[in-house]
Design a protein around this ligand. Structure first.
Ligand code: Z5A
Length: 219
């Protein structure tokens, strides 16, 4: 049985990390759904950037406050992180049948470096294709929240990292990127309204996951 790659995406403060953790607790916890136990599926939780040893070092470079990093250098570092992650974690785990919950993947590069920074979308497609070797997500949950609401949530958290400090227009362009991606790839991207409470968003996600699992693993 081959595994499935489920990606959580969205602008700053959309709640993807919170929701990913809740999904993990649900799938392997006491309330684990019957279909998950029936197929005894193993679960892997990972993220980009930072899903490997090399990726952790790249993440530090990418997120540090005062790094004078050019836009192209930033793009190439995300691509390097992804290439290592796909080879070392994603492909082997999928081959062994795991369900992977991944915090960000290729759509982040299109939204942030493409729409946000204004780098060439076709160049980004080529880099994504080299880094992934063609591996696409089976399902991408786009946690859609108003940019200002998301940023307010991250500000409440305290110190902001390099990208969080970018201006509002940058984050609005990123949001536009996600909107365009959702229109272009409706077969793999599911939009989730993330303006409500953590519980409300989690209920929506559980419904989407249950529907997808019953298609992927029919009785
Ligand atoms: N990046 C890129 O530019 N290009 C790429 O190719 C890739 C990434 C892969 C790090 O990503 C940076 O990398 C990111 C994009 C860039 N830019 N920045 N900064 P990251 O995913 O590690 O970092 P992040 O985007 O800042 O995510 P985050 O900090 O983990 O936030 P989040 O996942 O969106 O939300 P959260 O941590 O779950 O929640 C944020 C806060 O809101 C927290 O206090 C929660 O308790 C609260 N929260 C969550 N949900 C709710 C609801 N529903 N209501 C109220 N409050 C909530």
């Amino acid at each position: 049985m081959s595994g499935k790659l489920i990606v959580f995406e969205g602008v700053e403060g959309c709640g993807k990390t919170t929701q990913l953790q809740r999904c993990q607790e649900w799938l392997v916890g006491q309330d684990s759904p019957e279909w998950f136990q029936r197929f005894a599926i193993s679960l892997v939780v990972t993220r980009e950037p930072g899903g490997t040893q090399l990726g952790c070092e790249l993440r530090q470079l990418l997120c540090e406050d005062n790094k004078a990093l050019s836009d192209s250098a930033e793009l190439l570092l995300y691509a390097a992180d992804r290439a290592q992650h796909v080879k070392e974690v994603l492909k082997p785990q999928l081959a062994s049948g795991a369900i992977i919950l991944c915090d960000r993947y290729t759509d982040s590069t299109i939204a942030y470096q493409g729409y946000g920074r204004g780098l060439s979308l076709s160049l980004i497609d080529q880099l994504n294709s080299i880094a992934t070797g063609g591996l696409e997500s089976n399902l991408t949950l786009w946690l859609d929240v108003d940019v200002e609401v998301g940023l307010a949530r991250t500000k409440n958290r305290g110190r902001l990292d390099r990208i969080e400090q970018a201006n509002l227009e940058f984050h609005q362009r990123v949001q536009w990127g996600y909107t365009e991606l959702a229109k272009a790839y409706p077969q793999r991207i599911v939009q989730v309204d993330s303006s409500g409470s953590v519980e409300n968003v989690q209920q929506q996600i559980r419904l989407v996951l249950s529907q997808h699992f019953s298609q992927w693993y029919p009785d």
